[in-house]
Design a protein around this ligand. Sequence first.
Ligand SMILES: NC(=O)c1ccc[n+]([C@@H]2O[C@H](COP(=O)([O-])OP(=O)(O)OC[C@H]3O[C@@H](n4cnc5c(N)ncnc54)[C@H](OP(=O)(O)O)[C@@H]3O)[C@@H](O)[C@H]2O)c1
Length: 350
Amino acid sequence: MKTRILGKDLKVSAVGLGCMGMSHAYGPAADKQEMTQLLAQSINYGYTFFDTAEVYGTPENPHDNEELLGEALKPYRNQIVLASKCGIRFDESSSAVNKPLIPDGRPETIKRSIEGSLKRLQTDHLDLYYIHRIDRNVPIEETAGAMKELIEEGKITHWGISEADEKTLRRAHKVCPVTAVQNRYSMMYRDYEELFPALEELQIGFVAFSPLANGFLSAKYGKDARFDKKTDYRSMMPQFSPQGMEQNQKLIRYLTEMADQKNATPAQISLAWMLAKKPWIVPIPGTRKYGRLIENAQAAEIGLTDSEVKTLDQMLETVPMSEVFGGSKISKSSVKKTECKENWKNGKAV
Ligand SMILES: NC(=O)c1ccc[n+]([C@@H]2O[C@H](COP(=O)([O-])OP(=O)(O)OC[C@H]3O[C@@H](n4cnc5c(N)ncnc54)[C@H](OP(=O)(O)O)[C@@H]3O)[C@@H](O)[C@H]2O)c1
């Protein structure tokens, strides 16, 4: 597979593998043996970029995904870029399938988390470590400072921010250069295109999560699609609701037409569209299936022209579209605002 550079020097496959759905948010966790085999097959096919997080798991096994990757990718560790995340936990008091997120960007939390992730991932360092959500009650300078220390200690080599905004990113980058943001980005969620000029200026890569709008843009889901209300976030995502499906009919039709013209699939066009936008955008679609893993990787070979991208953009600006899942609610932070302000004023970590 073709490769891309995130930040100044982090070389990754042009399409990465998002591994969350193997353990979390897309129904009960998948079979370990099958996923281990799938991960090995992905390496054979040229994937070198793997995405996980401390919190990707199930109520029974909250760190299922890191454990899976640790075991399955151990034989390939020196060939791959391993990315994980810290800095959130779920609000377990909620009965929602997508429980609200409680951000915690405190240095001591980050330092505790990395030890657990290294152990589960069976490695002595991570190649990319993100703060999963910005904790508005902890100055980003403190979070960035902790990441800087982890780099100095050799526990991570690069760091990033998930769901970053420009202002916070600039502040963080001053303390310790950021290699990548990991934000939601798909044909149905383009808000972060606003960030592109800043990313270009600062030489920061963009890792696109949920690049298929949680699978919807593959055009493989119809009105009869049913998802488990207890374990599958898609059961409450607006794009998969009967009304959403109805509203998105034209979008799916246009996307399918474009795919037919290019002898590709709608999923491939969705990925090729973002790959064509900037050379430092890397989508990380998730799948549990071998055929789709290959299909998604092949999107890197499609190469849409500027005029084809423009046509797709114009279509996206005018076609009717439902709302799309925008992520779980951010709940209260772990730290009280006043406590944090005081500590920041005194130059102390919270
Ligand atoms: N930073 C964050 O806060 C954050 C949030 C969400 C996700 N992520 C990361 O981003 C990765 C990807 O996001 P995501 O999994 O939410 O969404 P996604 O990649 O947009 O969609 C994944 C879904 O699409 C289906 N799919 C994948 N390729 C397909 C194809 N070619 N044809 C038909 N269906 C296809 C998969 O089903 P099958 O498994 O059945 O193929 C899966 O249900 C995650 O794994 C995770 O690593 C990060």
